[in-house]
Design a binder for this molecule. Structure first.
Ligand code: UDP
Ligand code: MG
Length: 312
C-alpha cells in the first residue's frame, strides 16, 4: 500500500487546527486505499498549538508532530518536515485553511498518472492590499527575467511532491532558503491545478512588509547574480560618462581658461557618485552576508521533541 504524508507547518495555529484536522480526517477516511501520515511541525508557537497537537496524537496515531526549539520560519519548518516524513509522496498544506484540503484527491489523481510535482495555482490571491499584491508581482517579474528556469507566479507551497522531489529538496541545505524557487530548480514532471485561495480562518498572517521584503531579497540573492551584474554595468556607464566629461572639461579649460565655476555640478556629481557607490556596496554586502551565513554551516532547525520523545 502506498503511503501519503501530509506536512503542515504551524505557527500559532491553535484556532485553525481544530478546523483543519476534521477535514483531513474526512480525507483520510475517504481514501482508505492509502496509508496516511500527518506531520505537523510546531515552529516555536507561543500559543497552545503544541498542546492541541499532543491531544490529537493521543487520539489518532496517524498524527505525528515535530516541535522545534524556537520559531525558525516556515522555510526551515518545512525542511524539518521533509527530513521526517516517510511517505511515498508528501502534500504540503498551510494550517490556516487557506489551502482547501478538498483539492488533495485531485493532486493524488495526477500523481498516480505519473506526475512528480502537482502544484496548486491560485486563481485569485484572496483578500490582500493593493500595494502588497503589486509588490509581489514586481518581485516575480525581477526574478523571472533574471533566472534561467521558470519561476512560477501565484504558486505557493500547496503541492504534492513525489519521493524523488522530497529527496532532491533534502539535499539542498542552504540556510537562506527560498523553497518556492527550489521547487522549480529541481525540475521533474510538473502539473498545475487551479484553486481559489480563501481567507485565514483564525489567528493572523505572520508576514509583515519587512519580512516580505527580506524574503524577496532571499529569493533574488539565492537565485540570481543579476543585481551584481547591474551594478557592474552602472559602474561602467558612469565611468564612461566621467571620462567623456573629463575630456570636455580639460579641453574647455585649455581653450577658454578656467575661472572658478561649477559648484553646483560638483555637488551633484559627488552626491550622485556617492549614492551609486553606496548602492553597489550594499548589493555586494547582501551577497557577502549570505556567504557569511552559509559558511557558518549551522543546522537549519533544531528539534526539541518528536512525537512525545525528547530529541537529544
Ligand atoms: N508558518 C510557520 N512558521 C512561521 C510562519 C508561518 O510554520 O514562522 C506557517 C503557518 O502556521 C501557516 C503557514 O506557515 O501554516 C503559512 O503562514 P501564513 O498563513 O502566516 O502565511 P500567508 O498565508 O499569509 O502567506
Ligand atoms: Mg495563510
Amino acid at each position: 500500500m502506498k503511503k501519503i504524508s501530509i506536512l503542515i507547518p504551524c505557527y500559532n495555529e491553535e484556532q485553525s487546527l481544530p478546523q483543519l484536522y476534521p477535514e483531513l480526517v474526512k480525507l483520510m477516511d475517504g481514501n482508505t486505499g492509502y496509508e496516511w501520515e500527518l506531520m505537523f511541525v510546531n515552529d516555536g508557537s507561543i500559543d497552545g498549538t503544541l498542546q492541541v497537537l499532543k491531544n490529537m496524537r493521543l487520539q489518532d496515531n496517524r498524527v505525528n508532530y515535530l516541535d522545534l526549539s524556537r520559531n525558525f520560519g516556515k522555510e526551515a519548518a518545512m525542511l524539518a518536515g521533509f527530513d521526517h516524513v516517510t511517505g511515498d509522496c508528501m502534500i504540503i498544506i498551510d494550517a490556516d485553511m487557506q489551502h482547501p484540503p478538498t483539492l488533495i484527491p485531485e493532486m493524488i489523481k495526477w500523481w498516480e498518472l505519473g506526475y512528480d510535482d502537482v502544484y496548486a495555482k491560485r486563481k485569485s490571491r484572496g483578500r490582500e492590499s493593493w500595494l502588497r499584491k503589486h509588490l509581489s508581482l514586481l518581485f516575480y517579474k525581477i526574478l523571472q527575467s533574471s533566472s534561467r528556469f521558470d519561476l512560477l507566479q501565484n504558486v505557493g507551497d500547496f503541492r504534492l511532491l513525489d519521493r524523488c522531489c522530497i529527496n532532491a529538496l533534502k539535499r539542498m541545505r542552504e540556510s537562506e532558503r527560498y523553497t518556492k524557487g527550489l521547487y522549480c530548480w529541481i525540475g521533474f514532471k510538473k502539473k498545475d491545478i487551479e484553486f481559489v485561495q480563501g481567507d485565514r480562518v483564525g489567528g493572523v498572517s505572520s508576514w509583515n512588509y519587512r519580512q516580505l521584503f527580506s524574503f524577496a531579497l532571499d529569493g533574488i540573492t539565492s537565485f540570481t547574480n543579476v543585481p551584481l551584474r547591474i551594478s557592474t554595468v552602472i559602474g561602467f556607464l558612469v565611468s564612461l560618462f566621467a571620462f567623456l566629461y573629463m575630456v570636455y572639461v580639460f579641453i574647455k579649460a585649455l581653450i577658454w581658461g578656467d575661472p572658478v565655476q561649477g559648484y553646483p555640478t560638483l555637488v551633484i556629481l559627488i552626491l550622485f557618485l556617492g549614492g551609486i557607490q553606496l548602492l553597489s556596496i550594499g548589493i555586494i554586502g547582501e551577497y557577502i552576508g549570505r556567504i557569511y551565513n552559509e559558511t557558518k554551516n549551522r543546522p537549519d532547525y533544531i528539534v526539541r521533541e518528536f512525537n512525545n520523545e525528547k530529541v537529544l
